[in-house]
Design a protein around this ligand. Sequence first.
Ligand code: 4NP
Length: 154
Amino acid sequence: MKVLFVCLGNICRSPTAEGVFRRALEQAGMAGQVEIDSCGVGNWHVGKAPDARAQQAALSRGIDITALRARQLSAQDFVDFDYVLGMDQDNVSAMRQLKPANSQAHVGLLLDFAGTPGGEVPDPYYGGEEGFENVLNMIEAASDGLIQHLKRER
Ligand code: 4NP
């Protein structure tokens, strides 16, 4: 099973989701069964580490995302991954445009797995540090729901 988290820049929300979900998988004893990665719809930050505020907010919850590096979403990702999960509707629209016709991947919003269908993780880039705490809270809730879903799918 392979899960890809997608946001706009791959320096705030999706690396946070990757870090949170990696730890949730470890805690659920599923670390060896699910492969995960993150990427961005855009290419502005390719090769860069996560935003310093995202790194700090994650570290304060014991999650180290400092080694992650941004990359851009590609058509091949829809062949390689089973779940391609966006943070907001803009992400999902851009993802659907890139998805090849032969892809069987589930493409949708991460928060659909948080029991809040249609919910979006807001872009924290231009706001303050509280925005990053909000992102972490939302992603943690979705991460637990996604684990339950994957357990049922197995
Ligand atoms: P992310 O946040 O999509 O959560 O990584 C953003 C990071 C950078 C930009 C936008 C959103 N930007 O426009 O540079």
